[in-house]
Design a protein around this ligand. Structure first.
Ligand SMILES: Nc1ncnc2c1ncn2[C@@H]1O[C@H](COP(=O)(O)OP(=O)(O)OP(=O)(O)O)[C@@H](O)[C@H]1O
Ligand SMILES: [Mg+2]
Length: 381
């Protein structure tokens, strides 16, 4: 048997379930509890059902009831995952210490004796509800923080995996280098001694392929090396050519056409491997933005007002206006789990600003993105 005293729609008031087998007692309590949304139950079974369904903020419970007594009811409420967090306060005529102890043992947080003093009842209820609110907020906060930590830990693991992959690639590249060089030498000897034009041509093709592979391996080794942090004369055009060579196969596989307009630019005083990383991250992002359609990437360099300017434009998915501010923040990624760490652009930002330059992005969703990097040409030290 249950009644709801007030309508719930949009009601922000705290709610209390009053449980007592005597209607007169329920009415008496209700008179002191103006301002709360109240539920009533006159027996244990109903109380359990209402508590589970309505999730009141507190339950005021009579100890002596005919079917399930208050202690047993409290025990059952505390065993049920859906109701165990609702604070229970006993209201009873009994006032012996044993009863209080029993009430607290089964999980109640307080004990109020009849005849009830309205002011004290209201003050205690308000205190308990405030405590509950703080506890709920804290639990929410902790769970948010714990989710954040989980996500960060996952991202760090992924970053660590990428770094291991980098080291692995670099050591495999090293293993490939020597035998490849040996093969190239042997093929060159055969080529030089060969008289037949067709065979000579085929050997020349093999030698060219060996050189191409060696060049690719050299680029990979350079890339895998930890940053030297050594500032020196750096040809940004050469950096771009190296990175594009490294990514050539990926472009081909994804049907991406790369166009370039590399103008004559002065040498930069820069850390070369860091510049490679910037170009590589931007090129990889452009490539990723066009995962499902064949696209175009345009890279250019120019020299404007004492700065070498590098732009990379793609016709991929573009960036939503709401995300554009966030793309340079560490760990911001829209890529599927495991596909991106969200570190690429923040690393670019760090490198570019260390070189006293700037990086910016322009984009329209669906119409691609343009990243512009400007590095000042400083005096060589
Ligand atoms: N060319 C681009 N086109 C569309 N969105 C882009 C482009 N470049 C970057 N973004 C957006 O910026 C986000 C952050 O890029 P960032 O390079 O920092 O991380 P990521 O590519 O997701 O992961 P990774 O750490 O592997 O580089 C991307 O997830 C993507 O949403
Ligand atoms: Mg990236």
């Amino acid at each position: 048997m249950v009644q709801k005293r007030q309508k719930e729609g949009g009601d922000k008031r705290k709610s209390i379930l009053l449980v007592d087998d005597l209607v007169s007692n329920v009415k008496l309590l209700a008179r002191h509890l103006d301002g709360y949304r109240l539920y009533f139950a006159l027996d244990g079974a109903t109380a359990l059902a209402v508590a589970q369904e309505s999730q009141p903020d507190m339950i005021l419970l009579d100890v002596m009831m005919p079917d399930i007594d208050g202690y047993e009811l409290c025990r059952r409420l505390k065993q049920n995952p859906k109701t165990k967090k609702i604070p229970v306060v006993f209201v009873t005529a009994k006032n012996q210490e044993d009863d209080e102890e029993m009430g607290l043992q089964v999980g109640a947080i307080d004990f109020i004796t009849k005849p009830v003093n309205g002011a004290i009842l209201r003050a205690r209820i308000a205190n308990h509800l405030e405590l509950k609110e703080h506890r709920d907020n804290l639990v929410g906060l902790l769970s948010d923080k714990s989710n954040e930590l989980d996500a960060t830990y996952g991202q760090l693991l992924h970053a660590e995996k990428l770094s291991t992959l980098g080291k692995l690639t670099s050591s495999i590249s090293h293993e490939f280098s020597s035998p490849l060089f040996g093969m190239e030498q042997i093929l060159t000897t055969f080529h030089d001694e060969e008289e037949g034009a067709e065979k000579k041509h085929m050997l020349a093709v093999c030698i060219d392929e060996c050189r191409r592979l060696r060049e690719l391996i050299r680029s990979m080794q350079n890339f895998g090396r930890p940053t030297s942090s050594h500032m020196g004369p750096t040809d940004l055009n050469q950096v771009i050519v190296d990175v594009l060579r490294l990514c050539g196969k990926t472009f081909e596989k994804n049907n991406i056409l790369v166009e370039r307009n590399l103008q004559k630019v002065p040498l930069l005083n820069a850390v070369e491997d860091q510049m490679k990383q910037v170009v590589f991250n931007l090129v990889t992002n452009a490539c990723d933005a066009m995962e499902n359609n064949s696209g175009r990437v345009f890279v250019s360099t120019s020299f404007v007002k004492g700065h070498v300017v590098f732009t990379i434009t793609d016709n991929g998915c573009g960036i939503e206006p709401a995300d554009i501010q966030a793309v340079f923040a560490p760990f911001f990624t829209t890529k599927q789990e495991g596909r991106g760490t969200g570190l690429g652009l923040s690393i670019c930002y760090g490198i570019v600003t260390t070189h006293k330059g700037s990086i910016e992005v322009r984009s329209k969703p669906g119409a691609g993105a343009t990243f512009v990097v400007r590095i000042p040409v400083m005096e060589q030290k």
